[in-house]
Design a protein around this ligand. Sequence first.
Ligand SMILES: [Zn+2]
Length: 325
Amino acid sequence: MKLQQVSENCFAVLNEKNLVCDANSGLINLGGGVVVDTQSDLSHGRRMIELFGKVWRAMPRRVINTHEDGDHVWGNQLFDGAEIIAHRTVKELMPHVADPRETQQLMKASDRFLTRMLLKALHPGALAVAQQLKQDYDFDDIRLVLPTTVFEERHVLDLDGTEVHLIYVGPCHQIGDTIIHVPKEKVVFAGDVIFRECTPMGWNGTYEKWLKVLDLIIALDPDVIVPGHGPVCGVEGAMEMKAYLGYVREESKRCFGQGLSALEASKKIDFGPYGGWRAPARLYMNVERAYRELRHEAADKPWDHAKVFDAVLTVAKAKGIPVEF
Ligand SMILES: [Zn+2]
């Protein structure tokens, strides 16, 4: 992990490996301090606190969760007494979407011989993702701490005269998606609306909405964007995401027209200029999302996580690339 100053008072902590769960955090070092997203487990959360601790005066008074996924909220308990701010839906969905028990059980199952063999037979992708996560993460002792302040469309903080705008933009990658704009410092914390140099994992939302939100970020004209995953960038990061989504959507449409399944399509679609991004086989999720739209299914249709990881594994193997999530 590394600390990076992105403007006079804004900072980022980045997980440079850039695989699943390697989420970024932000700090707006004004008005008692605001932390954006709290990492995937307690050891990463503590390391983030240590890195930000080099520049802040004291533990921050506020935390913002950009959305409800575990990799952005599982360090919340380390900010005892802080105001935790998120969109209304994040508070509603977090107990279901980010229930740490599901991940804890998967990790334990991958540890024990019998359950590991069972997993290998039934869900080899889920076993592979557990084995990857085990290298860096430990989900024990995580206790879900929910937002204490929720908002609807927009929430504005005044930090010693510097305005911070929380703008609700979901559902595009996830239902509770929120971006944080600091106009005076020309910074946007984009949450998982932007993945950089790694393949996006979108859960609930539509291509149309996601592309619109990326246009909104470009229109805000920031000098710096801190993405949810991957290195800090300028507006080119938003443009790259737009190009990726546009490419996958078009390729998916073509394959859908040929009668291929989402999995067959994912094996067939060329990674194009995105083959160098981390975990390119996560392409499957974006193809499946396009297929859901082409089949006129609900944008919040539930996902079977084990099946998703199995499909990503299948695509990686079919393409002959290293298995990574
Ligand atoms: Zn994330």
